[in-house]
Unconditional design. Structure first.
Length: 186
């Protein structure tokens, strides 16, 4: 999280980081207790990343890309599906067969989403926006990730202004819970 560069470089670096978490998850045997720790780390990264995209990337897509509203709506819908899987995983023990099913769905859904963004949205934004606009978006995304929630909140608003108003408060509560429980510190 917080890699630097313009919005495309920032989010692409996040994508590679999540892929590394997925590789770690796949490498661990079923029932291994470390799987919960890795899942917590990937959840933290995915939620922060998604919230930042919803706050700044998708409004830019709506503004700068032809058919941007439909593209942004589709991406936000995919985020909601991933967030629900993450929420479902919170209540599933690593020894439960559903854990592996849900992790498989998570990896498939996120991988497809990342590929769409990198093939369609990022090149479109690179053409439609100036380097200054892309750098400014990168700065905003990095700031958003610092205050974003770290746990899934499927019922929270996912578009401005609601998400910009509620995300910092949810993020504060999530980070306090993480601190107390040690979550994400493996």
């Amino acid at each position: 999280m917080g890699h630097g560069g313009n919005v495309i470089a920032e989010l692409t670096a996040d994508h590679r980081e999540v892929e590394e978490y997925f590789a770690r998850l796949r490498a661990l045997p079923a029932g291994d207790k470390e799987r919960r720790n890795v899942l917590d780390e990937v959840t933290i990264e995915l939620v922060r990343h998604s919230v930042a995209e919803e706050m700044y990337l998708y409004p830019a897509v709506r503004e700068h890309l032809p058919g941007g509203d439909a593209l942004a709506d589709k991406e936000i819908e995919e985020h909601a599906e991933v967030e629900q899987v993450l929420k479902d995983l919170e209540d599933v023990d690593i020894d439960d067969a559903r854990f592996d099913q849900l992790v498989g769905k998570l990896i498939t859904d996120v991988t497809e989403h990342v590929q769409e963004e990198e093939r369609q949205l990022f090149p479109g934004l690179a053409q439609a926006c100036s380097p200054e606009q892309l750098n400014d978006l990168g700065d905003k995304v990095r700031r958003a990730k610092k205050i974003a929630p770290t746990r899934p909140h499927p019922s929270a608003p996912d578009t401005p202004p609601g998400n910009k108003l509620l995300a910092p408060g949810a993020g504060l509560v999530d980070r306090a819970r993480d601190f107390v429980t040690g979550r994400g510190k493996s």
